[in-house]
Each structure stands twice: as structure tokens, then as C-alpha cells.
Design a binder for this molecule. Structure first.
Ligand code: FAD
Ligand code: NAP
Length: 545
């Protein structure tokens, strides 16, 4: 078995960028991917209306100036097929494909303490040996099916947003039902409604959503924006909390102090939110800087959105059912929509509030709620993911002394910086729990993690170190810090997948790091400059000598 410097699991954007960096550094690696092409999220999630919620020009790689200048995005928020094309282009342009093994689902990764290597095995029994193992398995890559009785009894067509058929689906002339009103549901509902004969939305929890104000990109504007790309990228990395883009052609200079709710009158706060609403996009949340920290500010934003929903949706009862009341704005990822609320004004679209009239079972011909049977030809499930830990725990990962990651994480994920775990030497997680990951523009977070890991590998080689892992005390302190930061925000009140709340039996731990991509990057850089503080190198050799 040929040994490589690293076995990389996953060929989404994380795996692609890792492979690029490995080739550039003349390191050897193999990427194992369960799908039959690159793209990860954008390979699997082909549901109608799927597109990014960060601006295309920001939701893209920054590592190659040529790539960012030559690639042309067509819309403010790129549609899924275009993002998938982009991933394919990256793989081809940088010669990554020969290093990727498709249709190779990893079932185990075991550390060999004596040899100092990872043996990574696919479900077809093929094994790969690497000095390092890098999990680029994605935060939102394991679909979560609802626990609804009779789901498999349905005789009509059933589709899952996150495993959408490649050949597409026709809704024409059909009675369609959709369960799930998170981002996937909210993106797909207006598009399905355009084609379906009748659409019933089974909503258990309404979500906050802001208009995308999507539009084709004006290429003159794009050229002007691209002329300032380095400064924009710099701002994404450090200039604001989430790493989302800004639409101004001229990049902002120094990081601006956010406007706090207490800095402005209610009328001014309203104007700020209105301007952000009109501008469109998730940066609505940044219009008032303490919306995620200050309950009063959050209530103000909540009431603002409620008024918007009531002004758009004509049927009063439907409008009320669409107004989220059980969680603060932003504590579940805010959705960015195209004509979502407007869709409920169409005569053939119906909202069924299953919080009030619960789904009892799926039958052969439709969905039975407590009070009625809804006959359906097609049932769409947009019911989310076993997020952040699902893909890692699906693999039998064993570190020193055969220690299972599933045991280590039985009470919730524990990681230092979201990058490494104690007693799992040379095992890395890209955008792992404990890093900003899903609270950010993921391209920013992916590049930061991959760059940091690759620079650490250089440092290990320069210092002739073979192994590195998290120090348990540093890991404990980081886990406590991640929780402390979360407690200082309103996030824990969201009851969201950020907390594992959508998966029965999953420990309720706030998993991402909520301090923002800028502060997180500074911490990671300081750790590296301090000789990788909080990491242990060559632990086994030290113990033996
Ligand atoms: P992924 O793209 O999830 O790739 C992981 C890969 O690992 C997958 O291809 C998977 O098949 C593979 N894999 C997993 N387990 C195994 C295994 N055991 N063996 C082999 N292969 C395995 N983020 C944003 O910042 N902005 C957005 O607008 C945005 N939109 C999104 C829309 C949707 C519908 C979803 C689901 C997520 C979205 N995200 C968004 C988050 C998105 O996941 C990231 O932006 C990014 O694409 C993640 O890249 P990745 O390579 O880290 O993970
Ligand atoms: P999600 O946000 O977890 O939403 C799942 C939905 O399914 C919720 O409305 C949930 O209701 C509902 N649901 C689950 N089980 C149910 C049941 N048994 N009965 C009734 N309803 C049920 O999942 P998602 O929409 O796929 O989004 C996940 C994340 O992926 C997003 O937050 C975002 O980070 C990313 N994403 C981004 C985009 C984008 O805009 N670019 C698009 C899609 C996804 P409850 O809330 O009541 O549980």
C-alpha cells in the first residue's frame, strides 16, 4: 500500500483547496469522495431554487488571482448549477481530478501509533495510508430524515432536497407537498409553486427570511469590483464577523465600529433596517451591530420583519402563521429568499401550520394531519442535516489506544480551535465544530483553515516533527471558551441545528464559534506564531524516550 502525506476525505470546496495546496507544496495526497464528482454541497443539493446566500463574488475562492479574475458569475447569488460548474472548473484548471477517488465512501480511519500513520478504509474495503488524515467531510453533508410514521408507505414521488435527482423533477400538473421551511424549503417553495398544480407547505416552525434582491450582475460593475478584489477579500477575512461580502465597488477602509441599538433612536433603527431590507441579503443582521447580543435590539428587528411579512402576505391567518415567534432573529440561520412570502398570495399555494395541526403519518396517497388528509402526487422533504458532527461520526474514527471519536464526543464535540482533537494525532477537521464555519461565509473559513493546516505541515517538516495533536487542557479551555462566547449571544435561544436540536438524542451543545471570522483568525495566527501553542508535537516519541 503506497503511503501518502495525507488522506483527504471529501471533494467539496475544502477537499479541492487542500489538494491544490498539497500539489503546490509537492506533497502527496489522495482525496476520497463518496459522490461521483466534485462540488460537495453543490453536487448533492440540486433542488429547484438552490443558490448561495452569500454574494457570488464573495462566495468564491480567493487563492488564485487568475481564477477570480477569469471566472464570471452571472447573478448576485449564483444558482447551484453555476456553483457546481465552478467547482468542476477549479478541479480541471488546477489538475486536481487525477488525485481524487470518486465513489469511495470512507467507513473507517484508524491511527497506528507505532507507525505514526492513518489507515483510511472505504466501504468497498480499499485502504489508503497517510501520515495525516484530513476530514473535509462538510458541515451540512448528512441529510436528516424526519421521524414521521409511514414515510416509506408513500406511493407517489418522494424527493429529498439534499439528495435531489440529477435529471431534475417535473411538478407540472401535480399536487405537491413540502415538509420543511428552513433555507432549503424557503428557496425551493417559490420555484416549485411556479410549476405545480397545487402546493401545500407543511410548516412546523416559521423562519425569518430577508429578500435576496437577486439580479443578473452587470459586467461593468463586476469589472470595477474585481479591480478592488484584494481589498474586498481582506475585508471578508477580517473586516466583519461573518466574512460576507459588501456590494460597494470601493472597499471600506479601516474596520468600522458597528452601530449599536443604543446609539440610535427607534426611527433611525427602523431606517437602518429598511435600508438593509431594500439592499437585500443576510447582512441585514449586521445593520445594527448588537442584534445577536441585545434582546431589545433583536425584538426590534423581529417586529420589523413581522411587519414586512404582514404587509406582503394578504391572508391574515397565513401571515400570522408565517411570523416566527419562538426564536430570536438570526439564532437560526436567517434565510435569504426570492419572493418567498409573496408565494403565499398565489391561489394554488397553501400553508398548513403543522405546529397546530400536527402531521400524524404519511399515507400511501398523502399526508394525514390531526384534522385532515392532504392528497399528494409528490412529497418533498427539506428537513435539514445532522450538522457539523454527522459526517465525522458516520466514520469509525479511532485515535491513540483505539479511542473512538464517537466516545470522545458522546456529550458533544470537543476540539481545539475546531482543527484537532487530543489523542487523535495528525487528524484534522476543516471547518470543524469549535470554529466559525457555518456562522460565516464558508469560503472564507475553508481557505483560512486549509491555509493554516498547510502552514502547520510546513512548520512540522522544518522542525523535523512527525506528529501533532491538541493538548487536552488547551482543548478543554477552547471548548469552554466557545460555550462562553455563545452564552454572550442570543444563539443558544434558537433551538437550532447549531445546537444539534434537530436530531433526536444529539447532545445540545452550541457547536460553531460565534466570535466572528476576524477574531478567530487572529487567535489561530497567534497560536501559530507562539510555536503552535496548545498543540503537542511528537507526543509518542517524547513518552518513549
Ligand atoms: P461539502 O461541500 O459538504 O463537501 C464534503 C464532501 O465530503 C461531500 O462531497 C461528501 O460527499 C463528502 N463526504 C462526506 N463524508 C464522506 C465519507 N465518509 N466518505 C467520502 N466522502 C465523504 N455556505 C455559505 O457560506 N454560503 C452559502 O450560500 C451556502 N449555501 C448552502 C446551501 C446549501 C443547500 C447547503 C446544504 C449548504 C450551504 N452552505 C453555504 C454551506 C456549504 O456546505 C459550504 O459553503 C461549502 O460548500 C462546504 O464545503 P466543504 O467542502 O467543506 O463540504
Ligand atoms: P433546516 O434549516 O434544518 O430546516 C429543516 C426544516 O425541516 C425545518 O423547517 C424543520 O422544522 C423541518 N422539519 C424537520 N423535521 C420535521 C418534521 N418531522 N415535521 C415537520 N417539519 C420538520 O434545514 P435546511 O433548510 O436544509 O437548511 C440547513 C442549513 O443549510 C441552513 O441553515 C444553511 O446554513 C444551509 N443552507 C443554505 C442555503 C442558502 O440559502 N444558500 C440553502 C439551503 C441550506 P422545525 O424547525 O420545526 O424543526
Amino acid at each position: 500500500m503506497k503511503q501518502v502525506d495525507a488522506v483527504i476525505v471529501g471533494a467539496g470546496f475544502s477537499g479541492l483547496y487542500l489538494m491544490y495546496r498539497f500539489l503546490k507544496a509537492n506533497r502527496t495526497a489522495v482525496v476520497l469522495e463518496q459522490g461521483d464528482d466534485v462540488g460537495g454541497t453543490w453536487y448533492w443539493n440540486r433542488y429547484p431554487g438552490a443558490r448561495c446566500d452569500a454574494e457570488s463574488l464573495a462566495y468564491s475562492f480567493s487563492f488564485s488571482e487568475d481564477l477570480e479574475q477569469e471566472w464570471s458569475w452571472s447573478e448576485r447569488y449564483a444558482p447551484q448549477p453555476e456553483i457546481l460548474d465552478y467547482a468542476r472548473h477549479v478541479a480541471d484548471r488546477f489538475g486536481l481530478r487525477p488525485h481524487i477517488r470518486f465513489n469511495s465512501k470512507v467507513s473507517s480511519a484508524h491511527w497506528d501509533e507505532a507507525a505514526g500513520v492513518w489507515t483510511v478504509t472505504s466501504d468497498q474495503g480499499e485502504s489508503f495510508v497517510g501520515r495525516h488524515c484530513i476530514m473535509a467531510t462538510g458541515c451540512l453533508s448528512v441529510p436528516q430524515l424526519p421521524d414521521i410514521q409511514g414515510l416509506d408507505d408513500f406511493k407517489g414521488e418522494r424527493y429529498q432536497a439534499s439528495l435531489w435527482p440529477h435529471e431534475g423533477v417535473s411538478f407540472s400538473g401535480k399536487r405537491v407537498g413540502i415538509i420543511g421551511t428552513g433555507s432549503s424549503g424557503i428557496q425551493s417553495i417559490p420555484v416549485i409553486a411556479e410549476e405545480a398544480d397545487h402546493l401545500t407547505v407543511f410548516q412546523r416552525t416559521p423562519n425569518f427570511s430577508v429578500p435576496a434582491k437577486n439580479a443578473p450582475l452587470d459586467q461593468t460593475w463586476v469589472e470595477a469590483f474585481k479591480a478592488h478584489y484584494p481589498a474586498h477579500r481582506h475585508n471578508h477575512r477580517i473586516g466583519n464577523g461573518s466574512g460576507f461580502g459588501d456590494l460597494d465597488i470601493e472597499p471600506k477602509g479601516a474596520v468600522e465600529d458597528p452601530i449599536l441599538f443604543s446609539d440610535v433612536s427607534e426611527a433611525e433603527a427602523h431606517d437602518l433596517l429598511e435600508a438593509a431590507w431594500q439592499r437585500g441579503g443576510a447582512r441585514f443582521m449586521a445593520a445594527i451591530g448588537d442584534t445577536m447580543m441585545n434582546q431589545t435590539a433583536n425584538d426590534f428587528a423581529r417586529s420589523f420583519i413581522h411587519k414586512k411579512i404582514r404587509s406582503i402576505v394578504k391572508d391574515e391567518a397565513t401571515a400570522e402563521a408565517l411570523c416566527p415567534t419562538n426564536h430570536p432573529v438570526g439564532t437560526r440561520r436567517i434565510c435569504v429568499d426570492i419572493e418567498y412570502f409573496e408565494t403565499y398570495n398565489l391561489p394554488h399555494v397553501r400553508l398548513l401550520d403543522v405546529a397546530k395541526d400536527p402531521i400524524q403519518q404519511v399515507t400511501e396517497t398523502g399526508v394525514q394531519t390531526a384534522s385532515e388528509h392532504v392528497a399528494l402526487d409528490v412529497l418533498v422533504l427539506a428537513t435539514g442535516f445532522d450538522a457539523m458532527t454527522g459526517a465525522l461520526l458516520n466514520i469509525d474514527i479511532r485515535g491513540r489506544n483505539d479511542r473512538a471519536l464517537s466516545d470522545e464526543w458522546a456529550a458533544g464535540p470537543r476540539s481545539y480551535l475546531g482543527l484537532m482533537m487530543a489523542d487523535f494525532p495528525n487528524l484534522w477537521t476543516i471547518t470543524g465544530p469549535g470554529s466559525p464555519s457555518v456562522l460565516s461565509n464558508m469560503m472564507v473559513s475553508i481557505e483560512q483553515h486549509v491555509d493554516w493546516v498547510c502552514e502547520c505541515l510546513d512548520w512540522l517538516d522544518e522542525h523535523n516533527h512527525q506528529r501533532i495533536e491538541a493538548d487536552r487542557a488547551a482543548q478543554d479551555a477552547w471548548v469552554a471558551h466557545v460555550q462562553e462566547v455563545a452564552e454572550g449571544t442570543l444563539f443558544p435561544k434558537g433551538g437550532s441545528w447549531y445546537l444539534g436540536a434537530n436530531v433526536p438524542g444529539k447532545p445540545r451543545i452550541f457547536m460553531p464559534y460565534a466570535a466572528g471570522v476576524g477574531p478567530y483568525r487572529i487567535i489561530c495566527d497567534e497560536v501559530a506564531q507562539a510555536g503552535y501553542r496548545g498543540f503537542i508535537v511528537d507526543a509518542a516519541e517524547a513518552a518513549a524516550s
